[in-house]
Design a protein around this ligand. Structure first.
Ligand code: SF4
Length: 518
């Protein structure tokens, strides 16, 4: 008998599934509790379907799904509490509604398991976006209703014919959810503007904030005002430098380090606390365990957790006690660049649409590549650096999410006054890329698939899965995906994706560039 089963992320053991312990550091008991949490959520979705959803059930489902995303929670105590809370909520609503035993899913026929897993992982990724929007006061009843529908389907006896459309519906609803989060972020913090971000860490006390939550950063900036503490973003927090309301805080100085998988090395010996607002949290090493703080859904045993009151005093006190570096530290990205540029959301790119269209018509821009997605530990991921370096000079590289740390410190120059490398933001800002693609297709009176635009994506966890479903739901074809194809896609489901969307694995930068530019 297996100790656990999980195959939800790209680094899954042997490319098939983690069965003893997660490669991510998740233990078998924690994996079991996360399965229990999803099973209880399916029970709650059944209860809601038989009765009525409330704000409390919506929040609970979203939070439960987000908690089971890779590298979010390693904490059995909080997972147990969430399971108990959902079980009670379910029993109060409908005592006849049963929780679902997730081993049934893991032991299903491989095609049914594959489709149900796509739906489940899709709603896990979407839940993270719904949660970030909800904390800013933005909710969409259609998005919330879909969580129940999807979970009921995962626990049902549906066949392939019923599940396939639901897979695509997951992608369609996620487009609305990413749109909701885009609205929440831009209405609250302004439209991102192109911004150069330094990687130099100034002397004196500082705090590193990582994850994705803009509200947590805003609250931290408010609480560190005039305290002589600087704040540095890490990982997916980099794009926050471009939001006008956040930019105005003088203590928001720059960006620390690179993508999530380097944290155990980069956080070692840093004289500053690190605040994790969402994934990706890796198992905490003893050498910096006294400096790690978590908040919201992120939890790790024995780490100080900042609760709902968002009182960051323990983080601030730790920063002051540690004192930071004695001298400024000049740091670089992985290619030696000293600054990064971000802030090319759809608002900015579409404001210069005339310039872009004119450059395409004049032949100055011959191709657009969207090279984005998650970063990860596999050595094969240097493909993305090489791909960007080898892309022709007459091409624009749009990027997003943390995969960009492979190349975002490169100076690729300009075309027609536009930077060749444009960082559109976090993973959810795939919404921006879609808006730009749709606008270009409109301007050239063609289908998105007929544009000189290629998508070369990297995936790691469940947010990338749901973004991929959104692109497929929009009918986007010829996507290249790497560094490896998901373990949860069965050969028959892969055939459906290849036949209908011509999706394929990355090969070598040279061969893929030749194919995409042919
Ligand atoms: Fe394994 Fe990934 Fe699941 Fe962690 S999240 S247990 S690494 S498949």
């Amino acid at each position: 008998m297996k100790d656990m089963f999980c195959f939800q992320c790209e680094q899954t053991a042997k490319g098939t599934g983690c069965e003893v312990k997660g490669v991510c550091g998740k233990t078998a008991p924690v994996a079991g509790l996360q399965d229990k949490l999803v099973g209880a959520s399916i029970g709650l979705a059944r209860a809601v379907t038989n009765t009525k959803a409330t704000d409390a059930t919506d929040d609970c489902i979203v939070k439960a799904l987000f908690t089971t995303v890779t590298n979010v929670s390693f904490d059995d105590e909080s997972l147990n509490a969430m399971v108990a809370c959902i079980e009670k909520m379910k029993a109060d609503l409908d005592p006849t509604a049963k929780s679902y035993d997730m081993t049934r899913l893991w032991e299903e026929n491989e095609d049914i398991r594959s489709l149900k897993t796509l739906i489940l992982l899709g709603v896990k990724g979407m839940a993270s976006y719904a949660h970030h929007a909800a904390v800013l006061g933005y909710k969409d009843p259609v998005v919330n209703a879909f969580f129940y529908k999807a979970l009921v389907a995962v626990g049902s006896d549906m066949g392939m014919a019923e599940l396939l459309p639901l897979v695509l519906e997951t992608g369609t609803v996620n487009l609305a959810c990413m749109g909701l989060l885009d609205k929440a972020n831009t209405e609250t913090y302004g439209t991102p503007i192109p911004t150069v971000v330094t990687m130099t860490i100034e002397k004196g006390p500082f705090i590193i904030i990582t994850g994705h939550d803009l509200r947590d950063l805003h609250l931290l900036l408010e609480q560190t005002k005039n305290k002589g503490i600087n704040v540095y973003t890490h990982g997916e927090m980099l794009p926050t430098h471009a939001y006008p309301i956040l930019k105005k805080y003088p203590q928001l100085k720059g960006n620390f380090g690179t993508a999530w998988q380097n944290q155990q090395k980069e956080f070692d010996n840093v004289p500053a606390p690190i605040l994790f607002t969402t994934n990706c949290l890796m198992p905490v090493k003893d050498s910096y365990a006294d400096r790690v703080f978590t908040t919201d859904v992120v939890q790790y045993p024995s780490m100080v957790h900042i609760g709902k009151d968002k009182d960051f005093t323990p983080v601030i006190e730790k920063a002051l006690a540690l004192g930071g570096y004695k001298e400024d530290q000049e740091r670089t990205g992985i290619n030696g660049g000293k600054t990064l540029m971000t802030g090319f959301g759809h608002g900015t790119v579409l404001s210069v649409a005339d310039k872009v269209i004119a450059a395409v018509k004049a032949g100055d821009i011959k191709h657009f590549f969207l090279v984005g997605g998650c970063d990860g530990a596999k050595t094969g991921r240097n493909y993305y650096t090489e791909f960007v370096e080898k892309a022709p000079e007459e091409s624009i590289i749009l990027t997003l999410a943390c995969g960009k740390y492979r190349f975002n410190d490169l100076d690729l120059g300009k075309i027609a006054g536009l930077p060749r490398l444009m960082d559109m933001g976090q993973c959810n800002d795939a919404y921006s890329a879609i808006q730009v693609a749709v606008a270009l297709a409109g301007a050239f009176e063609c289908d998105v698939n007929d544009l000189p635009l290629s998508m070369v994506l990297s995936w790691y966890e469940q947010k990338a899965v749901v973004i991929l479903l959104t692109l497929l739901a929009l009918g986007i074809k010829n996507i290249l995906l790497g560094p490896s194809l998901p373990a949860f896609i069965s050969p028959n489901v892969l055939k459906v994706l290849v036949d209908n969307y011509n999706i394929g694995p990355i090969t070598t930068p040279e061969a893929d560039l030749a194919k995409l530019l042919a």
